[in-house]
Design a protein around this ligand. Structure first.
Ligand code: NAD
Length: 291
């Protein structure tokens, strides 16, 4: 039974995972590089819970109880009492493997470890830990409190018992699961990300404007959100990392990241989280297309 969950990275995914674990009654240790970043994650959690209370999805008492379950930290040693630690740091293999190397010596021998990576090999990440049999990919969707799905990915060494324990854990969070083999970007992003990349090529080649591409896919394909808006929402750095992983991992030119995506990331225009991507969110009123 998982009583205490550690979450590394308090960004949009880490704070969402902390949110659902705390609402499910688990104790949560939420860490980031600095206390300020961890605190910023907690303030997003509070805002999102208040929104749920406003919609009648959560009672005010349950919100207070959930918030009381969350402790903040700026060290990996803070996860020493956790039964399970989920890494949700930046989508960069070097960052993730160095976190696992530093984290593992602090953990209980029985503790399980997981990564929320969108695209990196679970088997490779597991090999950077001292417990590949207790390691899994648990890929939550954004925004975590709203999206129903979690992809479960076993590495080559993941034990049946670990897989079963993660199934129980995700059920406690009231999530549905889809099992994916350990291939670059798993199922959702193997399909979604090439579509987003193609929408950026469509913009890059001048086939349509930001407005027209998003409107075309919303009204013409019945997508709830246009692909460029969705890319901004995911984070353009994350989108680029996933495309690079598909391109290199599958060695197929059809996954070549669009140069315009590279340019936006180089400019630091990473989407909603930095205030500007394919749309500018810093303006009054509706976000303004940047091209
Ligand atoms: N954005 C999405 O839609 C989405 C969906 C599913 C999965 N993911 C995956 O979740 C992970 C996090 O993505 P995100 O969108 O939350 O990114 P984000 O940029 O919002 O947050 C990343 C956080 O990790 C922290 N961090 C970086 N290095 C760290 C370290 N060494 N120790 C502790 N914290 C560190 C950063 O300070 C930041 O707060 C990535 O692996 C991404 O691929 C993202």
């Amino acid at each position: 039974m998982v009583d205490t969950v550690g979450i590394i990275g308090a960004g949009q995914m880490g704070n969402g995972i902390a949110h659902v674990c705390a609402v499910a009654g688990m104790d949560v240790v939420l860490s980031d590089i600095t206390m300020d970043q961890a605190a910023a994650g907690l303030s997003v959690i509070r805002k999102n819970m208040e929104r749920q209370v406003g919609k009648g999805l959560l009672s005010a008492a349950d919100m207070d109880a959930a918030l009381a379950h969350i402790t903040l930290a700026d060290t990996l040693a803070a996860h020493k009492k956790c039964d399970l630690v989920i890494e949700a740091a930046t989508e960069n293999e070097k960052i993730k493997t160095s976190i696992f190397k530093e984290l593992c010596p602090h953990l209980k021998p029985s503790a399980m470890v997981a990564s929320n990576t969108s695209s990196i090999s679970i088997t490779r990440l597991a090999a950077s830990t001292d417990r590949p049999e207790r390691f899994m990919g648990v890929h939550f969707m954004n925004p975590v409190p709203i999206m129903k799905l979690v992809e479960l990915i076993r590495g080559i060494a993941t034990s049946d018992e670990t897989f079963e324990r993660f199934n129980i854990f995700t059920k406690r969070l009231k999530k549905e699961t889809a099992v994916s083999e350990d291939f670059p970007a798993f199922i959702v992003n193997r399909i979604l990300m090439p579509m987003i990349n193609e929408s950026i090529y469509t913009l890059y080649e001048g086939v349509g404007s930001v407005d027209c591409i998003d409107k075309a896919m919303r009204l013409g394909a019945n997508h709830p959100m246009g692909p460029l808006q969705l890319a901004d929402f995911i984070g353009l750095d994350t989108c680029l990392s996933i495309m690079q992983m598909l391109y290199e991992g599958l060695a197929d030119t059809k996954y070549r990241p669009c140069p315009l995506l590279v340019k936006y990331v180089e400019a630091g225009w990473l989407g909603k989280k930095t205030g500007r991507g394919f749309y500018d969110y810093r303006v009054e009123g509706a976000p303004k297309p940047t091209r």
